[in-house]
Write a protein that binds this ligand. Sequence first.
Ligand code: NAD
Length: 498
Amino acid sequence: MTKPRMIKHWINGKHWEDTPSRVGDVYDPTTGKVASQVAFASVSEVDAAVSSAAEAFASWRNASLAQRSTVMFKFRELLNDRKGELAEIVSAEHGKVVSDAGGEIQRALESVEYACGIPQLLKGGFSENASTRVDVYSIQQPVGVVGVISPFNFPAMVPLWFVPTAIACGNAVVLKPSEKDPSAAVFIAELFAEAGLPDGVLNVVHGDKVAVDRLLEHPTVKAISFVGSTPIARYVYETGTAHGKRVQALGGAKNHMVVLPDADLDLAADAAVSAGFGSAGERCMAISVVVAVGSVGDELVSKIKSRIADVKVGSGPSCEMGPLVTGVHRDKVTSYLDAGVAAGASLVVDGRDHPIDGDAEGFWLGPTLFDHVGTDMTIYTDEIFGPVLSVVRTESYDEAVEMVNSNRYGNGTAIFTNDGGAARRFQNEIEVGMVGVNVPIPVPVAYYSFGGWKESLFGDAHAYGPHGVHFFTRSKVVTSRWLDPSHGGVNLGFPQNT
Ligand code: NAD
């Protein structure tokens, strides 16, 4: 039997060739088979990556803005040229269909484009003559070595939310991608090297808690950007800040889509299906709860149900939804189907019965729809992170808002209505970080910032955009006084002070 391919760390501009002491399996989710293995970093391997980053930082922090933006423009060009290849890599390990993976990379390109504008983004303020002959100005400097720890569900986009801005701001990065789909991160690091990024400015270490804990504790690492589930986000935030680092830790979600009685129900049903089941529901901005207000429940559920029948699940080119990422995760998601029924919800569509166009051993589960879900049921309270959509019915708009605001998560939400006044009231009253009006997945464009409220974000800086620049820099304010040359005794023709 041939040995599976080994996915290696990328340290100081090359693959790390030491034999790993621990490894993890990486699956092809469409067949359920192990496709490759990934090295798990030891403490000393993380230390090697951090040392390489620290050494590179010493000169990269002084690289001119022109040089940094030249690298970023070149990287953007290479990524755009090779986005098809990267989409295949993402799809092969994550399981999302290639067209969906392509969408992920398109969004990632936007973050790269934002970082291309770094000379403009790092302009400070200047006040001439704040006092007599005293000028005051601000400069933005990099924080140093930063750690980026990313989840499995966007193996290209989430690293690229952080890495371009971090390095454009003059930092050096150690990226720890998810061990479930690690190849995209290595591909990105190779492209950055090809774009002219000096060795050591971007390193990739693979692994699990051992690697994460070392990054959180390492005294040379000054900042941590984390994205993942809420329990780990909380742990990363608490541990990282206890070690004196600035930390932004984005957590899990339970996103509600509120449908008012005056909404276009076809538009709302289309949105519920694409936002609920796209990427098999493995999106932090997926809609997992539809809140049907007033009388719309029966008609809306019937429209969603009929659309689910048309969702093509499988691995073929025409398929719209792929498998879940691992067998363990698929089994956990499937267990919620029984839990929902036991709790008294109506199982309108059972994803286990959905036709699958693919290998029977793949980690499949079709789209599932529950109606009459109660807020005390685990299918409502837990982040399932799979293709399971719950419909909760409320009497009124106020009851719907109260439900969303009582939820412990606050990542994304959407309202469907034709009433501008209701939408405006919703955006004011709702306690959620990203709000869509007739838009089910309101992921902000790259020149805004991405972040939730409540247990969906620990720390105060959102990801990418202006918050990203703020997070990856330290401000310095200089107050300077220069006397006129006449005071120094050299007469350069300036008039005497009066
Ligand atoms: P996860 O929390 O299991 O893993 C995230 C990262 O943490 C990975 O790199 C993993 O190796 C590491 N990790 C896992 N367990 C750890 C531990 N005990 N100690 C230290 N590190 C650990 O998340 P996941 O399953 O990879 O991703 C899905 C989750 O991410 C969902 O909850 C989803 O909502 C969330 N997510 C949130 C956003 C957002 O922007 N808020 C975006 C994408 C995903």
